[in-house]
Design a protein around this ligand. Structure first.
Ligand SMILES: O=C1O[C@H](COP(=O)(O)O)[C@@H](O)[C@H](O)[C@H]1O
Length: 264
């Protein structure tokens, strides 16, 4: 198990007056990266979170992006998933399908949902095997430095407790450094059974956006964006891409406890 990584400088953060402005900027940021990766490698690997993130992607469903993005080149994954049936209200797949994926022409074969017939252990193994196959076929890149998969763009949310994906404060899974995908059966946030990417996978991404809105998350934002060294950082503070770019997209409420909170 690795030591928790501790960053030495603050990641870039952008504060928006409200979630409406944030979602417009997030759409442009995403469309620009889609264009770049499709041009460079003919594919764009995108990792979604569950929760409030999906609503913040809604501007991608509007002009000009809905018509200009090369949706057929997108490959979509989940950073974490609840081990429930795909039509269950708690499913991150269902949330994304209903609010986003059903409205854009991404080929169904490019949408990599978990196998919802398996146990948490089985679903994590199965999802990792799927990623290993996609690395072989070069749909997903491999990080040269550490041998973990390297996704083009990863969208992260954050809970009020500072959790990201299904990696919760104080849980031993935050230190997992061998597996690509692992499972949890005692998630403090329901439902208890989930699978999740591990930190080495998250931190191998080329681009990570951490999207956080709301005053109930202000304390965790303040904690995670601080530079104070701690041996027990919040999971959100452990998002430290090794060879990539991290940008926090915050609304004014989430940024309200930061000293540097000038908004766009
Ligand atoms: O349970 C989860 O929570 C986090 C945060 O969700 P939010 O609704 O507070 O934005 C989410 O990022 C994660 O994917 C999800 O499984």
């Amino acid at each position: 198990m690795a030591e928790a990584s501790i960053r030495s400088e603050k990641p870039r953060h952008i504060v928006f007056k409200g979630e409406e402005e944030l979602s417009k900027s997030l759409a442009k940021y995403t469309a620009d990266l889609s264009e770049k990766f499709v041009r460079e490698r003919g594919a764009f690997t995108v990792v979604l979170s569950g929760g409030s993130l999906i609503k913040s992607l809604r501007k991608l469903l509007e002009a000009p992006y809905v018509d200009s993005i090369e949706w057929a080149r997108w490959h979509v994954f989940w950073v974490d998933e609840r081990v429930v049936k795909k039509d269950h209200p708690d499913s991150n797949y269902k949330l994304a399908f209903d609010g986003f994926l059903s409205k854009v022409p991404i080929p169904p074969g490019h949408v990599y949902a978990i196998n919802d017939a398996l146990s948490p252990e089985g679903a994590a193994d199965d999802y990792e095997a799927c990623l290993r196959q996609l690395v072989k076929t070069e749909v997903v890149k491999l990080s040269k430095g550490n041998g973990f998969p390297k996704f083009d763009l990863m969208f992260l949310g954050m809970g009020p407790d500072g959790h990201v994906a299904s990696l919760f404060p104080g849980h031993p899974l935050v230190k997992e450094n061998q597996r690509w995908v692992t499972f949890i059966k005692d998630s403090p946030k329901p439902p208890p059974q989930r699978i999740t990417f591990t930190f080495p996978v998250i931190n191998s991404s080329s681009y990570i956006v951490q999207v956080v809105c709301g005053s109930n998350k202000a304390a965790a934002v303040h904690n995670a964006l601080g530079t104070e060294k701690t041996s027990d950082p919040l999971p959100a503070a452990m998002v430290t891409p090794r060879d990539g770019e991290l940008t926090w997209f915050l609304d004014e409420a989430a940024a309200s406890l930061l000293r540097d909170k000038a908004s766009l």
